[in-house]
Design a protein. Structure first.
Length: 269
């Protein structure tokens, strides 16, 4: 798979500017993206503490334009973004250069299924797979590849669309036929020709266990953020309150069932 050069490195030693809450590289994060960032940041901090390595090797499968890769690199970690889109990787190059972290970011054209060949087995501390299982040809094959590149003790951060929330979203949007179709999906993994797929938490846990990973945490992502008016989420005080509510509800099973996405953290034994 072709690797794109990120040679426009910043000053010697790189940038020491760690992203502040709500901002990355000078750009403000939305409430929606901040919810996920806090989960990722927590997983990275826990993994660094467990491995006793301040700088981790991170693979972002389907990481596209680097909305997570660049802030992760700003924390001092080494990030490889594997994505099939050359346009997205070009945008990643620009974003990494702007943040002066090109020396910590690799961009490789490819997909999740090919990770074993692209980065090598047992080479990675953390794999991010966010909004990718919905569109791959075979979720199990993709999960096998991601598990294979993790080092012992390594972590997989998995985010996928929640089937139950998709039904609610269709109803709220007035698409009742689509809501009924989503509600009537058979149990088990969706059919291969159904794109994008939607998952239940049980299905994601089963996928992780089927490839030998141990699920250590499960949370809802965007329980409320997609339901409130955008203007409210943009108000500083309201945004902070909404983030607090999201954090509290994300671990509650009843509310988690309504979240737009499900976040699973699993470890290689």
């Amino acid at each position: 798979m072709p690797e794109r050069s990120l040679s426009a490195a910043g000053p010697p030693g790189g940038s020491s500017n760690e992203p502040t809450s709500g901002a990355v590289g000078g750009h403000r994060r939305s409430v929606r993206s901040e919810v996920l960032w806090r989960l990722v940041r927590g997983a990275l901090d826990d993994q660094a503490a467990a491995s006793e390595h301040a700088a981790l090797d991170v693979v972002d499968a389907g990481g596209g334009t680097g909305h997570l890769a660049v802030p992760i690199a700003l924390l001092g970690h080494r990030v490889t973004v594997v994505d099939p889109s050359p346009d997205s990787l070009a945008a990643l190059e620009r974003r990494a250069a702007e943040a002066q972290v090109t020396h910590r970011v690799r961009a490789i054209q490819g997909d999740a299924v090919g990770l074993r060949e692209i980065v090598g087995e047992a080479s990675t501390d953390v794999v991010l797979c966010h909004s990718v299982l919905e569109v791959v040809d075979d979720p199990l094959v993709a999960m096998q590849a991601m598990a294979a590149v993790l080092r012992p003790g390594g972590a997989l951060s998995l985010v996928a669309a929640n089937r139950y929330a998709a039904v609610l979203a269709k109803v709220l949007g007035g698409h009742l036929d689509q809501a009924r179709a989503a509600l009537d999906e058979p149990e088990g993994l969706p059919a291969p020709d159904q794109t994008p797929r939607r998952f239940t938490a049980e299905q994601l846990r089963q996928l992780a266990e089927d490839v030998g990973l141990v699920v250590v945490a499960e949370r809802g992502v965007r329980v409320f953020a997609d339901l409130v008016p955008s203007a409210l989420a943009d108000e500083p005080g309201a945004a902070a309150a909404l983030l607090d509510l999201e954090a509290r509800a994300s671990v509650h099973p009843k509310f988690r069932a309504l979240s737009t996405q499900i976040h699973l953290l699993a470890r290689h034994p």
